[in-house]
Design a protein around this ligand. Structure first.
Ligand SMILES: [Zn+2]
Length: 409
């Protein structure tokens, strides 16, 4: 049964690639500021480590109540998740601030404007066209690794990393990828006014190998995560490792002979040996509780996660922009880069996990960190979503697609 599905899917995806597919455009009322000769626009870009409120102070005239405006923006989106490079526009008409716009991405724009009774806010509707894009390829002599093959089939590093992470539970790409194995990844590219402005998450992904295989689909309803066809979660509670392409050079132990200190003491984490500059990812979403120099730990980052879990990343060469105390980081976000700062003999990442304030061996925690499977009562909805994906771009009605779009994007 599954094979028949996959064949239908493959056939449909191949046909999706032809030019006859429809563009799926959604028009909504877009908001324009009235332009008058006396209008003026002030603009500022969020600096690394800067908060939206301080950017407001920097850009707005003093008459603006920054506290009130920040609060309204905070009702529209999670302002603590702002990233450097996002931009603020203050519109002034007849010497009065008429509106303030914060643009996170081309299709994530928020506006605060003055009314008779005070300030109000809204999310600005942006015309976005979603065009299905299939990344399809195989492992062969020209592309001996899955990574290379995804790139040469139209993907990028981001998509390749997301695909590998999503299928990590099912497929073993490191040891079991073989020449002749093939894959297909469905995403939507997002266009606004003819310009590519981004992509959706992976909608579906399949890997067919002689030794290993896997499939994953986005569940676009109540929970915004991926599952395999049989309802197993592809979402990890924690990444399996904070660094890729590395080996463990020293494990967790209650007592270890310290190479520099020359005496035995506990090693409260694992060391991943990796070259200086290797990106270090947050193992889960959370809030930064330490960011900067921390004595023996050198340049260090600590993140607080749900459920009383904290993760520690020590001896970094540097910390990524915007990773400062109080900021939220997402799972997989690069928080810093491997180095050898503090009490360290060579470039490596010291990685620690605390549960309820106590250090534990990180490896078993990372190994057994799968998400919850799809509850049986949601399986029907999941099958429905997958059916949409099979027919996407060909016979899906616009109504159905809007339904998906509302849930997914
Ligand atoms: Zn260590």
């Amino acid at each position: 049964m599954k094979n028949i599905f996959l064949l239908i899917f493959a056939a449909l995806l191949i046909s999706c690639r032809e030019d006859k597919r429809r563009d799926l455009t959604f028009r909504t009322d877009s908001i324009e500021f009235t332009k008058s000769p006396s209008a003026e626009t002030l603009m500022g870009i969020l600096d690394s480590g800067e908060y939206l409120s301080s950017l407001l102070v920097r850009v707005s005239p003093s008459a603006v109540n920054v506290g009130e405006v920040s609060l309204i923006f905070g009702q529209l989106f999670k302002t603590e998740q702002c990233r450097p490079g996002e931009s603020l526009f203050v519109y002034i008409e007849a010497d009065t601030v008429a509106g303030i716009v914060f643009k996170r991405k081309e299709d994530q724009i928020y506006r605060v404007f003055r009314t008779q009774s005070g300030w109000e806010g809204e999310t600005v509707a942006v015309d976005v066209t979603f065009i299905p894009f299939v990344i399809k390829g195989s492992i062969d002599s020209e592309n001996p690794s899955l990574w290379q093959s995804i790139i040469s089939s139209g993907g990028n590093d981001d998509v390749a990393a997301a695909f590998c992470n999503l299928l990590e539970y099912q497929a073993d790409f490191t040891f079991s990828s073989r020449t002749g194995d093939s894959f297909e990844i469905l995403i939507f590219k997002k266009y606004s006014e003819g310009n590519l402005i981004g992509r959706t998450p992976i909608i579906s992904g399949n890997y067919w190998g002689s030794k290993t295989r896997g499939d994953v689909y986005l569940f676009p309803y109540s929970r915004f995560t991926h599952f395999s066809l049989d309802g197993q979660s592809a979402q990890r509670r924690f990444l399996s490792s904070p660094v890729s392409y590395t080996r463990i050079s020293s494990g967790f132990s209650p007592a270890r002979f310290h190479p520099i200190l020359q005496y035995t003491r506990a090693h409260r984490g694992v060391d991943y040996s990796a070259p200086t500059g290797t990106p270090v990812s947050a193992i889960a979403s959370g809030t930064v509780t330490l960011s900067g120099w921390a004595g023996e730990a050198g340049i260090a980052v600590r993140i607080k996660h749900a459920g009383g879990v904290e993760s520690e990343y020590y001896h970094l060469s540097r910390i990524s922009d915007g990773v400062s105390v109080g900021r939220r980081v997402e799972q997989g976000q690069v928080v810093g880069f491997v180095g050898s700062t503090g009490l360290s003999t060579g470039p490596h990442l010291h990685f620690g996990i605390k549960i309820d304030g106590k250090h534990v061996d990180p490896l078993p925690v990372l190994e057994k960190a799968s998400g919850e499977p799809l509850p049986p009562e949601e399986k029907l909805l999941f099958k429905k979503a997958i059916r949409y994906y099979y027919f996407m771009g060909e016979v899906v009605s616009e109504l159905n697609f809007i339904e998906i779009k509302n849930f997914v994007f």
